[in-house]
Every structure is written in structure tokens, then in C-alpha cells.
Ligand binder design. Structure first.
Ligand code: PRT
Ligand code: ZN
Length: 290
């Protein structure tokens, strides 16, 4: 019987999210910390643990059928190589931005001001493609890491790097100037899988979608005066046709249950309360299958 081979980052920012997602899809993984290979139980998948930079080529070369990698790494390698892969679906974790950042005292006002400057980055291909499109001729200094120290060391005038909270930029006297690429972890696959493998993949994709949809959704329950049902239903974020139930012994009130496809913030709950809702409960959803 066929098994899918999936490339996952061995350690780093993608590892935990990738493993958590696969486990929520029902795979049982017994991974010793240094193992490079893991045979999952309960689902026909084998996992290869590698550096994230190797994942696109492993999939393109057919060493693995699938991979989980950041769009930033995928795009950088895609621009430099001929990759034979397709992006199957976004996975909703490891979100970050690939941005140009300048020193706090820099006089740069627009992209054209980068002309003739030197920019340090670990993403030379994406940066060169961006400058080419903008008709800017800047020098690109490739660094493997610690890009954020380059301006202070007078090695470069600005940087092009990943930003998530922005704390690293701030700590180094830098500020974000322009986002060039929004990135998150994605599932990639070899384009032509044999039928049996494609069937396993389709099942895995169905489960991944179920996990991701559930993570973004909440189950909300509340009590409301009967004459406020329409107003309350309008406030519920991303809820389609809520269930309205009569409450025994409370003539004027009903219970409303709904699945909200978006986050339910405190502000929304306060708004519901201000419109007559009470006993508001927001519950996480573990799995969803439409
Ligand atoms: O060893 P291996 O090659 O596998 O891993 P790696 O060291 O190349 O990558 P790793 O584990 O650091 O990151 C893997 C992927 O996580 C990246 O390619 C992105 O897709 C994603 N990711 C998400 C991030 C961040 N968020 C992030 N914040 N990768 C790096 N960072 C860096 C950022 O560059 C900054 O220097 O983290 C620092 C902190 O960010 P702030 O803005 O929160 O301060
Ligand atoms: Zn890497």
C-alpha cells in the first residue's frame, strides 16, 4: 500500500506548527528528538525532517511527495531555480512579512530613493525581482543571518528581512518601510502524484481544511430577548443561519446558537450585551467537516 512522504522542518519556527497540524489530522507520531525519519501510525504518511531551505527542492526532485514550507523560502528558491511543484493550500501559521526596513534617521521617502544604495538581505532573488519591477538599481548584499545589524555596522544602508512583531527592527534602530511579500506556511506537492497517493493526499487535505476552519471558528451560545433576535444575529461575526431555541419558563427569551467563522472579540461580546444578550458563551471548535 502506498504511503505519502512529507518534508517537514527539523527544528525552527515551522516545526511546531507543522507537527501540531499533522497530529490534529489524526497522525500518530512517535518522534525521538534527533530522528530524521518518522513513520506515522493511523495514516499512511512518512515524515522526513530537514532544513526548511531544502524542502522545495526535495519535493521538486520527487524525494518527497509533499512539504510544509514558508512562502518566503518557496518564492526565493522558485525565482532562482526551475521548480516542479504546486502550492496545494495555505496553512494559516508562521505568518510574517518580508519587508524593506530603513534606519530611523534615514531620509528615504519612496522606493526610488533606494537607487544606488546597498541593501542587506537573505532573500536576494525576491529583492532583485522587486527592484527590477520598480526600475530601481540598488546593490544587494547577501547575508545568511543577522541581517538587522548590517546598517549599524555600516555594511549596508537598509535591510530586507522577515518581520513578525517588529521588535527586532525596533531593537536595532530600524523601522519598516514597505512590505514586499506576505508569507505563511503552505503545503506544497509534486504536480503529478500516482492515483493511490493522490487519494491519500485528498483525504489529508480534507482533514487539514477541517482543522484550519475549526481553528478560525468559534461556537457561540447566548440568551436574547425574542424581539432582538434579528439585531443579535446581525452582530454575530460570520455566522450563517443561527439556531434559535425556546427557553422553558422564560417566555420573553430565546437561546441563540451559532458557528462564527471569524474571531469573536471582546468588543463583539460587549456589543451583544448592549443589545440585550446575556449568558454569552464562546467555545472553541476542535474539528469541522462540511
Ligand atoms: O534551520 P532551518 O534552515 O530549517 O531554519 P531557519 O533558521 O532558516 O528558519 P526559522 O526556523 O528561523 O524560520 C522558518 C520560517 O518561519 C521562516 O522562513 C518564515 O517563513 C517563518 N517565520 C515566521 C519567521 C518569523 N515569523 C520571524 N519572525 N522567520 C523568521 N523570523 C525572524 C525575523 O527575521 C526576525 O529576525 O525572527 C526575528 C524576530 O522577528 P520579530 O519581528 O518578531 O522581532
Ligand atoms: Zn532555513
Amino acid at each position: 500500500m502506498s504511503r505519502l512522504k512529507i518534508a517537514v522542518q527539523k527544528s525552527g519556527r515551522l516545526n511546531e506548527g507543522s507537527i501540531a497540524l499533522l497530529k490534529k489530522c489524526g497522525l500518530k507520531l512517535s518522534k525521538s528528538k534527533d530522528a530524521l525519519f518518522c513513520r506515522a501510525q493511523k495514516f499512511p504518511v512518512d515524515i522526513l525532517f530537514v532544513r526548511d531551505d531544502d524542502i522545495p527542492n526535495f519535493v521538486s526532485d520527487g524525494i518527497c511527495d509533499l512539504g510544509i514550507v514558508g512562502e518566503n523560502v518557496l518564492e526565493e528558491i522558485r525565482l532562482g531555480h526551475d521548480l516542479d511543484i504546486k502550492t496545494t493550500m495555505p496553512l494559516g501559521f508562521a505568518r510574517c512579512k518580508l519587508s524593506l526596513a530603513i534606519t530611523n534617521d534615514s531620509g528615504i521617502k519612496e522606493v526610488a530613493d533606494f537607487d544606488g544604495l546597498k541593501i542587506a538581505t537573505s532573500y536576494p532573488e525576491i529583492l532583485k525581482a522587486f527592484f527590477k519591477k520598480q526600475n530601481v538599481s540598488a546593490k544587494v548584499l547577501e547575508m545568511k543571518g543577522s541581517v538587522e545589524v548590517a546598517p549599524r555596522m555600516k555594511m549596508a544602508d537598509a535591510i530586507f528581512d522577515l518581520v513578525s512583531t517588529g521588535a527586532t527592527l525596533e531593537n536595532n534602530g530600524l523601522k519598516e518601510f514597505k512590505t514586499v511579500l506576505q508569507s505563511e506556511a503552505v503545503l506544497i506537492q509534486a504536480p503529478d502524484l500516482e492515483d493511490e497517493k493522490q487519494e491519500i493526499l485528498d483525504r489529508l487535505i480534507g482533514r487539514m481544511k477541517g482543522v484550519i476552519n475549526a481553528e478560525e471558528s468559534k461556537y457561540i451560545m447566548l440568551h436574547a430577548p425574542k424581539d432582538k433576535v434579528d439585531i443579535i444575529a446581525d452582530i454575530l461575526p460570520g455566522a450563517e443561519s443561527p439556531t434559535v431555541l425556546n427557553l422553558e419558563g422564560q417566555g420573553g427569551k430565546v437561546a441563540i446558537h451559532a458557528v462564527c467563522q471569524e474571531s469573536v472579540f471582546w468588543e463583539t461580546m460587549e456589543n451583544l450585551k448592549a443589545n440585550g444578550a446575556s449568558a454569552i458563551l464562546v467555545l472553541p471548535i476542535e474539528k469541522m467537516l462540511d
